[in-house]
Ligand binder design. Structure first.
Ligand code: ADE
Ligand code: ZN
Length: 327
């Protein structure tokens, strides 16, 4: 969908994107060559041609392959700075991004190599673009809770520079309560805010469980909440934010096409919704394309889109100083 001047100029916060999901195929091939990592595709075009997914797992397989090219601190810096520069062009004024530390620690990369270089890119983006941002540590939910807890303990030295805990990885078979102790540790021991992917491929019961047992501040995706009218009422009444990723949902076949996406019904039910890119390179859509696609397919007014952008700042894990700057 073409990006209207209104969407292009709309100040927005992006609250749901995975940094490793911003690696473009050209960058993956360039870093693979630079670092001597084998990627079983001849070139960037071949790799991009493989971005045709049938479900969440088929995407995750390529996502976990792509991130193996990240080896040095400079790689993490470049990935982060490229995304933030691109987001600044989309008039993203605040970005809260996920990183999957386990995907790097398991390959023998030191935590400091990952975190210090990402934070350095945030500092540069603040200086160059006046953007604010925050890093959310994502548990890979296919692995056990002990590993998640050990990652969190390792992140303790950075606890004041990381804003929250989230998740990535396969939702089905890995219910929210699996990480009860990790979420309690993040909230009470590290002082972080929390969010979780729920109701993307898992059912509405996972959204209920995340709220009731993990006491999260936001829900990532959450679109399958629609199956439970009681939950829908609760979400509306409490103003629980949902970080919706429309183009991701089409690419991963949560809905057959954008005209069938339920974001309009979620909006009409009074939910607090934000619009996000999830993995912009893999889904071929940065945040403005997500806004443009839902407007084109579902007829949202500019005022509706303004409301989603406003919700993104209201739902952000902003500190007092940055909140005053944006609101
Ligand atoms: N990792 C990256 N993007 C994801 C998504 N949308 N769901 C689960 N894990 C992910
Ligand atoms: Zn996601």
């Amino acid at each position: 969908a073409p990006i209207s001047p209104f969407i292009a100029g709309l100040p927005k916060a992006e609250l749901h994107m995975h940094l490793e999901g911003s690696l473009e195929p050209e960058t993956i091939m360039r870093l693979a060559a630079r670092n001597g990592v084998r990627i079983p595709y001849a070139n960037a075009e071949e790799l991009r041609a493989a971005y045709s997914f049938t479900d969440l797992q088929s995407f995750l397989d390529l996502f976990y392959l792509g991130l193996t090219v990240l080896q040095t601190g400079e790689d993490f810096y470049e990935m982060t700075k490229s995304y933030l520069d691109r987001a600044a062009q989309d008039r993203v004024r605040h970005a809260e991004v996920f990183i999957s530390p386990q995907g790097h620690l398991r390959r023998g990369i030191a935590m400091g190599t990952v975190i210090d270089n990402i934070l350095r890119a945030f500092d540069d983006a603040r200086r160059e673009h006046g953007m604010t941002g925050g890093l959310i540590a994502g548990i890979q939910r296919q692995f056990d809770e002990e590993e998640a807890l050990s990652m969190l303990r390792e992140l303790r030295p950075w606890r004041d520079r990381i804003i929250g805990l989230g998740t990535g990885g396969p939702e089905r078979g890995n219910r929210p309560a699996k990480f009860r102790r990790a979420y309690a540790y993040a909230k009470h021991d590290l002082g972080w805010r929390t969010t979780i992917h729920a109701g993307e491929e898992g059912g509405s019961d996972f959204v209920c469980e995340a709220i009731d047992e993990l006491h999260v501040d936001r829900i990532d995706h959450g679109v399958r909440s629609e199956a439970d009218p009681n939950l829908m009422r609760r979400l509306a009444e409490t103003g629980m934010p949902l970080t919706v990723c429309p183009c991701s949902n089409i690419m991963l076949r949560v809905f057959p096409d954008m005209a069938a996406h339920n974001i309009r019904r979620l909006h009409e039910a009074g939910l607090c919704l934000t619009v996000n890119s999830d993995d912009p390179s893999y889904f071929g859509a940065y945040v403005n394309e997500n806004f443009a696609s839902i407007q084109q397919a579902l007829g949202f007014s500019d005022a509706d889109l303004w409301g989603f952008a406003r919700n993104s700042f209201l739902s952000a894990f902003l500190n007092e100083e940055d909140r005053a700057r944006h609101l």
